[in-house]
Design a protein around this ligand. Structure first.
Ligand code: UDP
Length: 239
């Protein structure tokens, strides 16, 4: 398979066409951004770490029956995925209050939610990814009501699988963001990445943050935290 023209460059990844039909090539970058691109930096080795962490978690989900775009990892920083058109909705799933939810509800960080919360944000950099509801999604024509029912159900299933798996590795899954895409056949499948860039992971015992909050809040040891996640989920650390 050959890597062809670049289709898109995002904040953390580049997407290329390939010589194979319905197949894209993704390159994970070391670039890190936060606060809607206002804070910019690099995390050494992040591309390699997120490529591997995401590959492990997407493979786990596939094994458990959650269809997703991951095909295989082809180099330290690259993976091959199924072609999808990304639905511009960021689906956030939360188990514990953190980040923007603490501001929205006035809750303390770390407070357990009485039930799992699923939120939708409009994936639009110019608007700063605003919080939206089902009606906004219908008005914007981003997805149908039945698509949303399916996406919400998948998001909750993914949460259960990841939460249980991570807990066994001594990691609390606080919250995370998912993106879904449509295949050329019209099926909706999980896409994008699942990594410390897109999830909040806390150490079960110490509650230490092992994710991008270390970069957002200048807590130091960012790369070490990503390494620790990879080590605990069984990846090769000498990448
Ligand atoms: N998240 C993400 N990309 C975004 C916004 C949020 O991956 O553009 C993830 C974030 O890492 C966290 C979860 O979604 O795991 C919830 O984020 P939140 O709404 O609390 O926003 P933040 O505090 O990250 O600005």
């Amino acid at each position: 398979m050959e890597k062809l023209d670049q289709l898109y460059e995002g904040k953390a990844k580049k997407v290329f066409k390939t010589s194979e039909p319905e197949t894209y090539w993704i390159e994970y970058k070391d670039d890190a951004t936060a606060f809607n691109g206002e804070k910019k930096g690099k995390i050494a080795g992040k591309g390699t770490l997120n490529n591997e962490i995401s590959a492990i978690l997407l493979s786990l989900l596939k094994e458990k029956g959650v269809e997703n775009h991951f095909i295989n990892r082809i180099s330290a920083t690259e993976q091959v995925v199924k072609q999808v058109a990304i639905i511009p909705i960021e689906v956030v799933v939360r188990n514990i209050a953190a980040g923007s939810l603490t501001k929205r509800l006035g809750w303390e960080e770390g407070k357990a939610l009485p039930c799992t919360l699923v939120e939708f944000y409009y994936k639009n950099d110019e608007l700063g990814d605003p919080f939206i509801n089902n009606d906004h999604i219908e008005i914007l024509g981003l997805a149908t009501e039945s698509d949303l029912v399916y996406i919400r159900k998948q998001a909750l299933t993914i949460n259960e699988i990841l939460k249980d798996f991570l807990l066994r590795k001594g990691i609390i899954l606080v919250d995370f963001k998912l993106e879904f895409g449509k295949t050329p056949a019209g099926d909706i499948i999980l896409a994008d990445e699942i990594s410390p860039d897109t999830c909040r992971f806390w150490d079960l015992r110490t509650k230490e943050k092992l994710d991008k909050d270390r970069f957002r809040r200048d807590l130091g040891n960012v790369e070490e935290a990503y390494h620790e996640i990879l080590r605990r989920i069984g990846g090769r650390v000498d990448v």
